[in-house]
Design a binder for this molecule. Structure first.
Ligand code: IMP
Ligand code: MG
Length: 184
């Protein structure tokens, strides 16, 4: 795989701003869940960087579990709105206060499906914490309790988000130059 600098258009959110915002979100969640039971459900794979940093700044006891869903095939566009559960949780969410930790909400189809599926398992509460929100791309309404950044309609990568599965490790969120990355 190529060096990301070949197709990086701009750094949208640098590392220090990401970390500062994660601190703020962690403080808000810690306040809201003080004295309550909390379970974080991370949506793989994009949510892992955010989850790992968020967990470290939470001051309330909590458990974590993981699930994987896919709405995107080889390309980058959600076409049908169909979401496939490729890895399910291994613990019960019944009666728990569940906070879904997601990297980005685009059309909203992924999260809408996950919310529908999980609410059927009778959690005590079910909320969403997303690092990024491409609000102008929304096609189905999803409630967001905690949001890191509302971003413009650009394809981004880094800090958990991938380009064909690579570059998730980058500590910042960058914008891709599509004509440079997707050109044959
Ligand atoms: P939605 O179902 O359209 O909301 O898509 C959400 C999922 O699409 C996210 O969990 C990401 O995996 C992926 N996605 C959407 N936009 C981007 C992007 O700009 N970069 C990387 N992945 C993205
Ligand atoms: Mg994702």
């Amino acid at each position: 795989m190529r060096d990301y600098r070949e197709f990086l258009a701009e750094i949208l959110i640098p590392e220090d701003r990401l970390q500062a915002r994660v601190q703020e979100l962690g403080a808000a969640i810690s306040r809201d869940f003080a004295g309550k039971d909390l379970m974080l459900v991370c949506i793989l794979r994009g949510g892992v960087m955010f989850l790992a940093d968020l967990m470290r700044v939470l001051s309330v006891p909590h458990t974590v579990d993981f699930m994987a869903v896919s709405s995107y095939g080889a390309g980058v566009r959600s076409t049908t709105g169909q979401v496939r559960i490729s890895l399910d949780l291994t613990t019960s969410i019944e009666g728990r206060n569940v906070l879904i930790v997601e990297d980005i909400i685009d059309s909203g189809f992924t999260l809408a499906s996950v919310l529908e599926l999980l609410s059927a398992r009778r959690p005590h509460s079910l909320q969403v914490c997303t690092l990024l929100d491409k609000a102008e791309r929304r096609e189905t309404e999803v409630p967001i309790a905690y949001c890191g950044f509302v971003i413009p309609n650009k394809f981004v990568f880094g800090y958990g988000l991938d380009l064909d599965e690579y570059y998730r490790n980058l500590p910042f969120v960058g914008v891709v130059q599509p004509e440079k990355f997707f050109a044959p």
